[in-house]
Design a protein. Structure first.
Length: 558
């Protein structure tokens, strides 16, 4: 049985904050009480039951990066241990991506324990589902008089001319500019560094790749705004920075001394479905009329030139004084948009958090009722502080790090904070066929662990005991012949049922009329609007009726 969150269409999570059906698994398997935080998780497109996670790990008393993998969708995890970096004492800021064929890439920020310089970003590769890793070399290393920070990576999984290219973006202190490099040979060599941002004072850049191979980068500017840029030539050139949204603050400290940056969590729909090419950014913000932080979403359908109005994802009462923070977002192969965050709605004191998720199958317009993932709360009073930044000289005497510096009163690289963000600065989510697996920082054992969450398919319910059926069902899949398209109409009214190709172009309208409520079936014979047979490939079906909009895909073979 597969313990993962579904369905691709009509995903209706329990409206009650109930985690009884979620499987929570401690991902790190060390026996220490040291910290594990700042997690990322990625699903293997070639084997969706295989996921890999990375996190910051202090089991040896200083910063390293741990890794684990699962072969059952996140029910159980294997944790081989830590990356072995022979070049630097400390590793931090783990980033993770995967290629279309299931090759995983992890990027680490390596630096010295006393002065933070020199420093560099080191790539590792896994071709066996995250079980073992090989060092691929530095993307950037030993640039004098700078500190590299917050590197994130993406891989082109489209059919573009840049297919398989690895992209890395980061913030270079002390001007805090956003930079970029890429590799077209799995990290054997990298392009020269290119400046992305037009102004200084930036942090937390996130890359993502569109269906045509366009590279997108979003980041936070210290003046309290999210900005964005793009490259249509594989990163050779970037345009002018594009404004996305204002923020209440670029970063804040919440109750319990928890650092919470307002970073952009970005991904792009490359599914070929109705919202193919839509760019999504989720972020933490505090808006007028509220005294707490919420999770919002904006999207763009024109490569980031303009952005939608904000939509609040968390569904607790507005302005109730309970913070939501640390959002992350992913778009899967079906076009389903899934978001995860840490949530304090269950604690009137606004201290303890749970992990929550929500999902949208209509392009971010509407979201499922928020679902609690974590089966136990986390309390910041149970956090064990990270060890001081201490190294030793040749005589064995302690060398303590210099005091933090406020670089022009704006920001400092987070490694100079002895708490290093207290619980880290980000968590993770992965999805495939609508099924979600999450990873977050959890303190239920009195110290910080990396916890994963997955839910049993049969437990997707709209009430305590009722199983949700999708309104759109397609069979057989894949197929060499006709497709039986079964649909449920929840209420009398207009109904449309349409077929799209992978480029988002309309192939055929199957239904466009008023229908009574109930169940029906349409047999699609694999022809377009003019009655011509369509080519083999993937095709999308979109059902729209009163109160619903759902989609699903089939693979047509000849």
């Amino acid at each position: 049985m597969r313990y993962i969150l579904g369905l691709v269409v009509a995903l209706t999570l329990s409206a009650v904050a109930n985690a009884d059906d979620w499987v929570n698994t401690r991902v790190n398997e060390d026996t220490t009480t040291e910290l594990q935080n700042e997690e990322q998780i990625v699903v293997n497109p070639a084997n969706p039951n295989n996921l890999v996670a990375v996190w910051r790990d202090f089991r040896l008393g200083y910063r390293q990066v741990g890794f684990g993998y699962t072969m059952d969708g996140g029910v159980t995890w294997s944790n081989p241990g830590l990356f072995v970096d022979p070049h630097y004492v400390w590793d931090s800021d783990p980033a993770l991506t995967v290629s279309a064929d299931g090759t995983f890439y992890a990027m680490l920020l390596g630096y010295t324990g006393s002065t933070y310089e020199p420093n560099g970003m080191l790539l590792y590769r896994s071709t066996d589902g995250g079980q073992s890793w090989e060092e691929r070399g530095f993307a950037v290393n030993e640039v004098p008089d700078v500190f590299e920070d917050k590197e994130f990576i993406a891989c082109d999984r489209t059919g573009s001319s840049y297919h398989g290219r690895i992209y890395m973006v980061w913030s270079r202190f002390y001007n805090a500019d956003i930079y970029f490099v890429s590799s077209g040979n799995e990290g054997s060599s990298w392009t020269s560094e290119r400046l992305v941002s037009d102004q200084t004072g930036n942090q937390f850049p996130i890359p993502a790749v569109g269906p045509d191979g366009t590279l997108y980068v979003a980041w936070t500017r210290f003046n309290g705004a999210i900005w964005f840029d793009r490259s249509t030539d594989g990163g050779l050139t970037f345009g002018n920075d594009i404004y996305v949204t204002d923020l209440y603050t670029y970063s804040t400290t919440l109750n319990g001394n928890v650092d919470a940056p307002s970073h952009p969590a970005m991904d792009v729909d490359i599914s070929g479905g109705p919202y193919n090419g839509r760019i999504y950014i989720a972020y933490m913000n505090r808006i007028s009329g509220s005294n707490d932080y919420d999770i919002f979403l904006r999207y763009s359908d024109n490569q980031g030139a303009t952005w939608s109005a904000d939509r609040r994802i968390n569904d607790d009462p507005f302005g109730n004084g309970c913070d939501q923070f640390h959002p992350w977002l992913t778009v899967d192969n079906t076009g389903a948009v899934s978001a995860v965050w840490l949530d304090r709605r269950q604690d009137p004191q606004n201290r303890k958090w749970h992990c929550y998720v929500a999902q949208s199958t209509d392009g971010g317009m509407t979201w499922t009722p928020n679902q609690q993932v974590s089966t136990a709360p986390s309390d910041p009073s149970g956090i064990i502080s990270e060890p001081e930044d201490i190294s030793y000289d040749a005589e064995g005497e302690e060398e303590r790090s210099p005091e933090p510096t406020d670089f022009d009163g704006l920001y400092r690289p987070h490694q100079e904070d002895s708490r290093a963000g207290t619980i880290g600065e980000y968590i993770g989510i992965a999805s495939w066929d609508g099924y979600i697996t999450t990873i977050w920082t959890d303190t239920r054992h009195g110290h910080q662990d990396a916890y994963g969450g997955a839910q049993e398919l049969q437990a997707i319910e709209e009430g305590p005991h009722s199983i949700v059926r999708p309104h759109l069902r397609l069979a057989p899949n894949p197929t060499q012949g006709p497709v039986a398209v079964q649909y449920d109409v929840p209420a009398d009214g207009p109904v449309s049922l349409e077929v799209f190709d992978v480029g988002g172009r309309m192939v055929r309208t199957l239904i466009d009329r008023k229908l009574r409520s109930g169940t029906g079936e349409f047999i699609w014979d694999g022809t377009d609007q003019a009655g011509r047979p369509v080519n083999p490939g993937s095709y999308w079906f979109r059902l729209r009726a009163q109160g619903i909009e759902e989609s699903g895909s089939i693979r047509l073979q000849r």
